[in-house]
Design a protein around this ligand. Structure first.
Ligand SMILES: [Zn+2]
Length: 271
């Protein structure tokens, strides 16, 4: 599943190239998770102002209105001059004077939704509940710690919920908790302010490095086959059950939390 770093690297891969382009056509394929919400023909002639990211949504700003793109479970975007006919899993095309932006999504949990503005009801429905962005300087310790204090569930579940801070998926939550020395099962309300600060910095660090790593493989995104790249860091705990901790040598443990696998070092990560 594309997580925040993959979405950010996707944005970086085409934002500059599509800015200033005029929409020349829209092709809607098989139904996606949500309907487009406007007549596709009505987008013709509009000009792309730029591409922003909010959580795991890409916001393609037009001179009138915007398009919200979500990659769902299996989606990937490609922006290129290659206008070959759509393949079986290509479900949305935004054709422009500077290239074709194409959504490939085998499982069709992704979507492209039109909104009149960022604060219009159709946009607020998707973006309104999102927590702060971890990478734009708004992820503040006091608000983060106050939010943790109000929650009795396990810290890892709180991170995955995205209400306090967006974009910390399963891989990155496991890694950040390791770096902060916090056991994933610790109740959020019991995280002290100093530990909350360690965790905040670890989240920023892990996501920043993932974006950088993805940035170095940017070419993969415009490759002809359109395959999505994943940027797994040299993981400390994620997917390493039974392997020795890179810090203390103890076997990494795996457990179920919610529906997801959680990995941790029983020595380095304190309850
Ligand atoms: Zn360890």
């Amino acid at each position: 599943m594309p997580e925040l770093p993959e979405v950010e690297v996707t944005r970086l891969s085409f934002a500059d190239r599509i800015a200033g382009a005029t929409v020349t056509g829209v092709r809607v394929g098989k139904p996606l998770r949500w309907a487009l919400g406007c007549n596709p023909q009505s987008l013709q002639g509009r000009v792309v102002q730029g591409v922003r990211r909010r959580g795991k949504y890409l916001l393609v700003d037009l001179d009138q209105g915007l398009l919200l793109w979500h990659l769902g479970m299996s989606g990937s975007l490609r922006f290129s001059d290659d206008r070959r006919p759509p393949q079986a899993h290509d479900h949305f095309d935004l054709d422009t004077s500077q290239g074709l932006l194409r959504l490939n999504d085998p499982r069709r949990f992704g979507a492209v939704v039109y909104a009149d503005g960022e604060h219009s009801p159709e946009a607020v429905k998707l973006l309104g509940h999102l927590g702060v962005e971890p990478l734009n300087g708004t992820f503040d310790l006091t608000a983060f710690h106050a939010g943790l204090k109000k929650r009795k569930t396990a810290i890892k579940q709180v991170l995955l919920g995205g209400e306090l801070v967006v974009g910390v998926g399963n891989i990155y939550a496991s890694e950040a908790l390791f770096l902060a020395g916090i056991r994933p099962t610790l109740r959020a309300e019991r995280v002290s302010r100093p530990r909350a600060e360690k965790l905040r910095l670890a989240i920023i660090d892990v996501l920043t490095r993932a974006v950088q790593k993805g940035g170095s493989t940017l070419r993969d995104f415009s490759s002809a086959d359109g395959q999505q790249g994943y940027f797994q860091l040299q993981a400390h705990v994620y997917d390493r059950a039974g392997a020795p901790c890179r810090v203390c040598g103890t076997a990494i443990r795996r457990m179920q939390q919610g529906q997801r696998s959680t990995y941790f070092c029983p020595v380095c990560q304190k309850p």
